[in-house]
Design a protein around this ligand. Structure first.
Ligand SMILES: [Zn+2]
Length: 198
């Protein structure tokens, strides 16, 4: 029977060593130092066990980091909740991106809009209607919305992508908490496993 102990990813080395010493003393085994034996963070308990099993050594207790899929996900933290709120707000603002701008802002025109590229004069009555035009010039296909409006949407979109990446990273991390697995005893070398939690 192989024995392992699983500990939180932020446990101090002192606490890890103490836990391992206590267990080995209780089982009448000589005390051994704990040593991190891999830079790799393993993606599951199975992978961590397989690596430690291949790493048998009787002069120290090998340890690796891994993502424990059996642990309950943590609750989202303050930052993740704040990111969710900001993403929702940005989604609301970006939803207006494809609406016909000049149809909704006719009052800012004298009934006509000039294409910034080809200088065609476009009748706003045909903006956003069937067989009319939307946000692009029907002659040269340039975007006819005010430059500042397009830039604003681009900034919101860039901000959205950046915040979403951060949010996804935080979410992945708490769904599969980072842990450490330490091989406590190789005893008779039988490949059946027992994991205790430190
Ligand atoms: Zn044009």
């Amino acid at each position: 029977m192989m024995h392992y102990v699983s500990m939180a990813g932020d446990a101090t080395m002192g606490h890890v060593q103490e836990t391992v010493d206590e267990w080995r003393a209780a089982h009448n085994l000589p005390l051994l130092p704990v040593r991190m034996v891999s830079d790799t963070v393993y993606y599951s308990t199975r992978e961590a066990i397989d690596f430690l099993y291949s790493y048998l050594d009787d002069t120290y207790c090998p340890m690796v980091e891994y993502h424990d899929e059996t642990m309950r996900p943590c609750e989202p933290g303050v930052r993740e909740l704040e990111l969710d709120r900001r993403l929702e707000s940005l989604r609301g603002r970006l939803a207006a991106r494809n609406r016909p701008w000049w149809k909704e802002h006719q009052e800012q025109t004298a009934g006509m809009v000039e294409c910034p590229e080809c200088q065609s004069m476009l009748n706003v009555e045909y903006c956003g209607v069937r067989k009319g035009w939307h946000n692009h010039c029907p002659v040269c296909h340039a975007d006819v919305r005010p430059r500042a409006v397009r830039d604003q949407f681009d900034r919101w979109n860039a901000e959205y992508l950046q915040l979403r990446e951060e949010r996804d990273r935080l979410r992945d991390r708490r769904k599969h908490p980072l842990c450490r697995l330490i091989l406590l005893s190789t005893q008779d070398g039988v490949a059946s496993n027992r994991i205790i939690c430190g």
